[in-house]
Design a protein. Sequence first.
Length: 534
Amino acid sequence: MQVIHRLTIVVVLALVTWLPACVPLPPPGVGTVPGVQDHAYTLFQEAEDHYRRHAYRQAYQRYAAYLQRYPQGQDAVRARLREAECLGLLGDWEGSLRRYQSLSERRLEPETAQQARYGVGRAAFKLGRHQYAVQVLESLTAGSLSPQMRFSTNALLTEIALKEGKVAPAFARLRLAGFDLAAGDQEWFDDLKSRLVQQATSQELEQLADLYRDTPLSAALLARLVRLAQEQGRTQDARQWLNALKERFPDSPELQNLTRPVGRRAVVCLLPLSGDFAEAGRKVKQGMELAAQAGGVELQFQDCPADPEAAAKLVRELAQTPHYLAIIGPLTSGNAQAAAKAAQEGGIPLLCLAQRSGVTAAGHLVFQIALTPRAQVRELVRFAMTSRGAKRFAVFAPESPYGRALTQAFKEEVEAQGGVLAARETYAPGTQDFTLDLGSLLTAYKPGTEGQPTFDALFIPDDAPTVAAIVEEMADSPLSKILILGTNLAHPGGAQKKEVKHLEGVVFTDVFFKGDTLPATQKFVTAFEQRHSA
């Protein structure tokens, strides 16, 4: 019996040992090592946090790190979509397009596949490949889309039509987008509507208003016709269009805006909307329109002539219009003094956007809201001395009116704050090779009596590509570790990747920083990018 008992124990132990081996293992991919899963989640969330803070370069790097480590991870597809989007927002729309196209070739969930195809259309639009973009986006609208995706697709097709000057197709697409506005972007829609009616000719406005008689969007067409007739002195036509607006859209916001009591209630903005500075004027206008919506201020925009006398004449005319509360502008320095003088004489407040010093000398009605050269160098010197401990400075500036003015202002601020300007060197505007000019600066950068270099910081008042080129040439010299200071021209916003690399560490001034953590700033940045990075 003992033998049998022992055998029984052995058999039972063997069964206990072997039975687990008979249980089928879970299929590959069903189980994940907890530590790996946690790390993947953490890495992806880090990327998402950077994305939400609009730190797109850092977000792109974290998404790339996630995909390299977990190419088949739970969030891999979403990471690839974000990676493609970040590339575009960083200015590399070619890279963005390639990634979206690669995603489109995969077997994806329907909603994800639609996002990838929309990304292809968006990137193609940004690259100016309008025909390809339209082809992709129109094929997208042929399928079953969510209201939000349908709105975005029709809104982007509206953008393309406006870019090509096709007002009627733009209106038709915007009308379709309006059906899904509840799930879309109201600010983007309003911006498209505003640009459409501004771009349309009187004939196009009339044709569209007649063709789409019952479409709420037509109220904007009729309101624009009223304003054009008023501006051109065609009182009878203005009354005719106003009556049509009252009859067809009695409750529209457009009618309320036209019929509210007239007083000094609007601010007119003088911006360069045509000519050499039209692109800069357009961007400023976009920011103003977005900010005004939150503040409840009515802004009206007029193209500011490039000629100072013509700009002054326009300011005098606006000052005689009871409708206007104040003037914002002009943007260019060439018009600033003349416009300021005319505003003071006309009795209307003017908020100058130009970086022109001395405009407030025109009188108590003129205000400077731009970042002037003097204000820039004052802040640069203060920062260098208080935050970096710099006491001795050097200037490396272009031999140009701008370079000379900034050098003089910098010298005065350094001395006013108790510092020393130890060296000054110049170079010809447009210089490509700075070897010889930097040689003179290197000679000046020699240890003083206490064994320390002659200066602690170098001020380079020039644009981002030039500053980047100078820093690149300094890379293998004793100047490579020195603090570099620059003006707002050194902002790397539109710089190439190589230039951005050499601009790292350069301290520059500017009026706005989109990385500011203030909630109001982040709200504005998000709204602006959603509207204008479509």
